[in-house]
Write a protein of this length. Structure first.
Length: 177
């Protein structure tokens, strides 16, 4: 099984992430003025930077529109940002087509039922530990950490190790953020 996963991961060029429940713990804080705040893990952010430094692309695909998510995406230099998306699979399929890729070249990390169509077709399907049972059943990899608590970083490390790239980062004398 591990060899099969390693072969799948070697084909991955793009990592697409759901946001609520994956990059965040799934909570939305709403102030008295109606403004929303969300919490993101710096570990996930640094993992995303390492993924990009390794030469791969990353995107956020969310069913909600959120200024906080757009701000976080800009800060991290996210390649693809799709908010307020009702059909995540259509977005992912179109993105793959525009990039000259197939779905086997896409890794997707999700946590809830609306992520199932993408997870079932992605080259490497990732579920965070706090995902719904049906999502976990469709995943190739289930993180030990929960969404918003370093799960994305864990998945990125797993993929970079499977690709034989991780040791390069660990051994680098000047690993900058």
């Amino acid at each position: 099984m591990a060899k099969n996963l390693s072969e799948k991961i070697k084909k991955i060029k793009v990592l697409l992430l759901d946001v609520d429940g994956v990059l965040t713990p799934g909570h939305v804080f709403i102030g008295p003025d109606g403004n929303e705040m969300q919490v993101f893990s710096v570990y996930d952010g640094y993992g995303i930077k390492l993924w990009k430094r390794a030469g791969f692309k990353v995107g956020f695909v969310s069913g909600r529109k959120s200024d906080a998510v757009a701000h976080r995406a800009k800060k991290l230099g996210i390649d693809f940002l799709h908010l307020n998306t009702s059909d995540k699979f259509a977005v992912c399929e179109e993105l793959a087509k525009k990039e000259g890729l197939k779905m086997e070249n896409i890794a997707f990390c999700g946590d809830d039922l609306q992520d199932l169509p993408v997870l079932r077709k992605a080259g490497f399907a990732i579920a965070v530990s706090n995902a719904m049972a049906e999502v976990k059943q469709s995943a190739h990899y289930i993180t030990r950490k929960s969404g918003g608590s370093g799960a994305v970083r864990e998945a990125i490390e797993y993929m970079l190790k499977s690709k034989g790239i991780w040791d390069k980062f660990v051994e680098d004398e000047r690993l900058l953020s």
